[in-house]
Design a protein around this ligand. Sequence first.
Ligand code: HEM
Ligand code: HEM
Length: 425
Amino acid sequence: MINKERKPTAIERFLLHIHPNKIDAEAIKFTKTFGLGGISALLFVLLAISGILLRFTYVPTPESAYDSIIFLQEKILFGRLLRNIHHFSATIMVVTSFLHLIRTYYSQSLYFERSKNWIYGLLLMFLVLFSNFTGYLLPWDQLAYWAVTIMTNMLEYIPIMGDLLANMFRGGDMVNGVTLLNFYNLHTGVLPLFFVFFMSMHFWLVRKAKGVIVSESTEKEMVSVFPNLVVKEIMLALIVLAAIFLLSIFIDAPLLDKASITISPNPSKAPWYFMGVQELLLHIHPVFAVFVIPVAMLSLFFYLPYFKYSKVNIGVWFNSKIGKSLTIISVLFSFIFTLIVILISEYIIDFSSWVPKLPLLISTGLFPVLIFLIPTAGFLYYWYKVKNTGFVETVMSLVTIIITSYIVMMAVGVWFRGEGMNLIF
Ligand code: HEM
Ligand code: HEM
């Protein structure tokens, strides 16, 4: 506790803006949050510092970008280390922010006064992905050029506005110097500003909700944040920093040959976190893969805190015992079912010639979606109506099925797609 006779130091005063002086003892247990929000915040700071340093040598033009990276890696003291730190912090930030989303969702921390913070969280997740994506182009190597080409081509499938959006991002009808400059400005100027704003709101709302979630049933025991919480935070931060530095010393960020507009690598893949969408595109109509399904999923995620739930057990993992069992079963169901649907669509049914007289939007769009939806709806109906599982748990099961399915598609795309995007085992 801060001693009343002594004035708090500048650091303590700063920390008191983020934390209250006293905090519930339960809230500082590591397993409450796994420190994932804090780690993501630390990674952002690391990215901002390393990013600002990278700007000193980076040149955002197609002629010089690649050479400036080679120059940085080979001629500047610790240049390679700096690039590796930026690269690994960015990749790990996707994972920690996502796991933090999972933690807040499954520990029932997104309802009532925290619902707004869930929305800010989703916006932060979008920023993490978009920052990664815009950064991906900057090295201007074959990996960067073709991944961004694939992703911006996907945008063209969005009905009505697709071409406009794709051309706006690219600054033309193909990835070129204007795209690089656009991405550079977004990456090093606009997006970091948004980050600072949304993160400030996010932290403020955690503070306003009187800290992280604690289950309502527990007896409250208040302890002071100094040193109980702050020491834990510092220890975790040091471990994360050490891990990133070690990783960056021993493993190099990838850099292929300089981008060539004429020779595309085979296979050409999207960045790993978007591979789920590219995998989906291989199976169903592009309008469904890049528009209908993503919009439906995003709407569901944004709406999650606002459904009329019957009984929410704030701060209780999986809401109840049955919720926990159902989540595990949903993971298994979705894992096996997604794999089966991928294999069927790859080797057994060619949807485009299956019912040839129908428009492609129906035969290759609606049909495969129904093949997925009907058994999923049956699964959920069985648990909700027959097994009398609560509404919170049933929605959780749906969310689990969607998340697992995306992860399976992403993993198949990243590890099991080879030349010509054929399946390899
Ligand atoms: C103030 C903030 C930032 C600045 C000034 C900045 C600056 C830069 C610069 C100059 C590069 C090109 C050098 C290179 O590719 O090695 C780069 C690359 C990159 N940045 Fe950032 N960045 C910032 C924040 C972020 C954030 C928040 C993320 C992700 C969450 C991120 C992800 C990436 C990625 C993935 C690359 C490509 C790295 C590679 O493999 O080479 N950056 N950034
Ligand atoms: C840049 C990314 C993010 C940063 C830096 C961040 C940071 C934090 C921190 C430090 C906390 C308090 C401690 C903790 O729970 O670990 C927190 C809480 C929270 N975050 Fe995030 N967050 C990020 C992304 C997200 C995402 C993607 C979501 C979900 C969509 C989310 C939703 C929440 C919610 C609902 C809380 C309140 C949890 C509670 O009261 O227990 N955040 N965040």
